[in-house]
Design a protein around this ligand. Sequence first.
Ligand code: PMP
Length: 364
Amino acid sequence: MKFNKVLEDIKIYEAGKPIELVVREFGIAPENVVKLASNENPLGTNPAVAKVIADNAHKAHLYPDDSMFELKAALASKYAVQENNLIIGAGSDQVLEFISRAVLNENSSVLMSAVTFAMYEIYAKQMGAKVIRTASYAHQYDEFMEAYRMHKPRIVYLCTPNNPTGDGTSKEEVLAIIHAVDKETLVVVDGAYMEYAAAKDANYAISPNELLGFENVIYLGTFSKAYGLGGMRVGYGIAQPELIHELYKMRPPFNISTLSLAAAIEACKDDSFVKESIALHQEEIKRYEAFAKEQGFGYIESYTNFITYLFDETMDSTKIADALLKRGVIIRNLASYEMNAIRITIGTTRQNDIFFKHFLEVTA
Ligand code: PMP
């Protein structure tokens, strides 16, 4: 059986390990597994949203409202944009896929930072496009512009704050890059973790309506992180109507589920859960910073709901991640990104206590 040649160069996306795997492989009781690997909300799902999901269970036989009228109205009012500025995806992942299919082909290239969200590369390669990366994981203007001038990419990905490193790019720097590229290049501003960056430092807060003046810019957001709805798979893109209209040509009907749609609509009604999540996060991340300092290794200042610990040659991220996994603590090893580093989603106080305890034991 022959497959498309472009697939030869694609590495399958390695998702964070599920709790079920640790239970199965290491015989650990599910309640003792601590999952800090996929940047989910440790507070779980807003109880009001969980109730709406349960209350809508009897509608599972019905396709959702394909116009997503209510959700678009809610997002439009939240971000002060119009309904025709919005496209909804099964996670912002799906919007990334629409974008890639709409503008890339085997003659094009895409530009991204050295270490960033893995799906940009996978979607680009599916289209046969070439992937260009800057030298550093931080989104530095000079590096981006040098590569931009050399390769004239069709897409520039600005992931801010960045995953899996956690660093942020200020609004000023993002706007400088947007101003410097021509209108033929699509700039994707991926704000999957923007709620955390905005709460930490107003200079890093980018709201999508500030980007609507540019015909070649799309902002991506998601309900998966601060809103605690990773399992519902709802994300969105915000751009000028002409761009949204083209992306719609890529969208299958009913691309999010009836329950996901109900959940996202409810989640927009009240931001107290998001505020509570961010307040917990801001307290707990300080403990991770203090812990790294006490233990004498580095970390990347985080604008997200996770932190990246950087090790020197005396520590090995793969050994540490494997040893933690056997103890039921799931974190992300960044060895596959060629970094001797681990990424830990900031958990609840209890989960973080468990992480620190096991980390000390496995590195003793
Ligand atoms: N962008 C970034 C930077 C991410 O980290 C993620 C999820 N890990 C996504 C997009 C996709 O998120 P979702 O599909 O859950 O909206």
